[in-house]
Design a protein around this ligand. Structure first.
Ligand code: GLY
Length: 345
C-alpha cells in the first residue's frame, strides 16, 4: 500500500486597521505582486483609494469593476475575471483582493480557488453582513442553473482587513442588514448573548468593531473545527432553514436579514414547543429579539406550512426529514424534524 499523507497548513489573518491608506504597511507582503482589486460600482471611491495605497506600497494594482448586486455572481463573470487575469499575465504568486460584500467575496474567492489551481486572495468587507460572516470561512461560490451558491469551493482567504473608516461610514440600512446574523451569534454563544443583552442599543453603532471581532472569533472556532461544513459548522446555520425557505419562496425579494430574523424567531418557537428549550431560555432569547429587531409579526402556522416544500431541498436534510439548527439550553443543536405542524399546533 502507498500511503500519501496530505496536510496543508492553512490560516487566515484578520487585521483591523483605521483607513485604506494603511494597507501598504499592513500588507507589505503585496509589494512586487500583481493585485486584481474586485469592487462593485458603489465602492469606486474606496477602490480608487485602495489602488493608490497598493501602488504606493509597491504592488501592481489593477481595478476590476463589477455591477452591484447578487446577479453578478455568475459563472460567466467568473470566466470574464479569469480572462482578465490572463490578459494581465497574473501568475500563481499574484492575487485577488475582494473589496465588497458577500457577493464580491464569493465570486473573487471562487476564481482565486480555480485560477491556475489556486492563487491567494484577501477580503476587505464593505458591508456589516460580510464583516461578521462571509469574509472568513472560505465558502466561495457562483449561482448556477437558477440555484444560489450551486458551484463553489472551500478555499480560505489569506488575509481579511477590517477597515475602521469603511465600517464607521456604513449607512443605516447596511447596519440593519447585519443585525440578524449578529444576533444569531448570541443564540450560539452565551458570552456573546450576555454582551449583546447588556450593550445599550444606542452604542450598537459605535461598538461595531468590537462586535465584528467577537462574531469573527465565534465563527472562526466553528470553521477551525469543521472547515468543510460536515457537522460542527452547521451551528452557523441557526435560523437559516426557515430563512433560506423564505428567501426561495419570495424569489429572493425578501432580503437575507429579514429572512434570518424570521428564521431565528420561528425556530426558537419550534425549540420551545418541542421541549428543546425551557421557558427561561425562550424568554431570554425573545427579549434579545425584541431589543434588536423591534416589534415584529411572527409567521402564522399556514405561512410556516407553506415553507415546507422549500425546506425539502436543504443540503443537510436526511431520509426525508428536515434539518433544523435549533437553540438548545446553552447554544444550538442540529435536529431532524419530519412533521413541523404537529410541533406547532
Ligand atoms: N455562513 C455560514 C458558514 O460560513 O458556514
Amino acid at each position: 500500500m502507498i500511503n500519501i499523507n496530505i496536510t496543508e497548513k492553512k490560516h487566515t489573518d484578520v487585521v483591523f486597521i483605521d483607513n485604506v491608506s494603511q494597507i501598504s504597511e499592513t500588507c507589505a507582503e503585496l509589494s512586487g505582486k500583481k493585485v486584481a482589486v474586485l469592487a462593485p460600482e458603489s465602492q469606486s471611491k474606496n477602490a480608487a483609494a485602495l489602488i493608490n495605497a497598493l501602488k504606493n506600497g509597491g504592488a501592481a494594482a489593477y481595478l476590476y469593476k463589477l455591477p452591484d448586486g447578487e446577479e453578478c455572481k455568475t459563472i460567466e463573470n467568473a470566466l470574464k475575471l479569469s480572462a482578465f487575469l490572463d490578459e494581465n499575465m497574473f501568475g500563481r504568486s499574484d492575487m485577488i483582493l475582494n473589496l465588497g460584500g458577500g457577493t464580491v467575496c464569493d465570486l473573487g474567492g471562487f476564481v482565486a480557488s480555480i485560477y491556475k489551481r489556486g492563487i491567494l486572495y484577501y477580503n476587505i468587507p464593505t458591508t456589516l453582513l460580510c464583516a461578521v460572516d462571509a469574509c472568513i470561512g472560505g465558502k466561495t461560490a457562483v449561482d448556477c442553473n437558477g440555484k444560489k451558491n450551486h458551484w463553489g469551493t472551500f478555499y480560505q482567504p489569506e488575509k481579511v482587513c477590517i477597515i475602521g473608516d469603511i465600517i464607521k461610514s456604513l449607512p443605516d440600512e447596511l447596519i440593519d442588514a447585519g443585525k440578524s446574523e449578529i444576533v444569531k451569534y448570541a443564540v450560539i454563544d452565551e458570552d456573546f448573548y450576555e454582551y449583546l443583552s447588556e450593550l445599550p442599543i444606542k452604542n450598537f453603532t459605535t461598538e461595531l468593531t468590537t462586535i465584528i471581532q467577537k462574531c469573527l472569533r465565534i465563527k472562526g472556532r466553528f470553521v477551525e473545527l469543521d472547515e468543510r461544513d460536515r457537522g460542527a459548522r452547521h451551528a452557523l446555520n441557526a435560523g437559516h432553514t426557515i430563512a433560506h425557505a423564505i428567501e426561495a419562496q419570495s424569489d429572493f425579494s425578501i432580503d437575507h436579514a429579514t429572512a434570518v430574523m424570521l428564521g431565528l424567531i420561528t425556530e426558537t418557537n419550534i425549540a420551545y414547543k418541542s421541549g428543546f428549550i425551557g421557558q427561561n431560555r425562550f424568554e431570554r432569547l425573545t427579549k434579545l429579539y425584541r431589543k434588536y429587531f423591534g416589534d415584529y409579526a411572527e409567521l402564522s402556522l399556514d405561512e410556516i406550512e407553506n415553507l415546507v416544500p422549500f425546506m425539502q431541498s436543504d443540503k443537510k436534510n436526511q431520509n426525508g426529514k428536515i434539518c433544523f439548527v435549533l437553540p438548545c439550553e446553552h447554544s444550538v443543536k442540529s435536529v431532524m424534524i419530519d412533521d413541523i405542524k404537529s410541533i406547532l399546533i
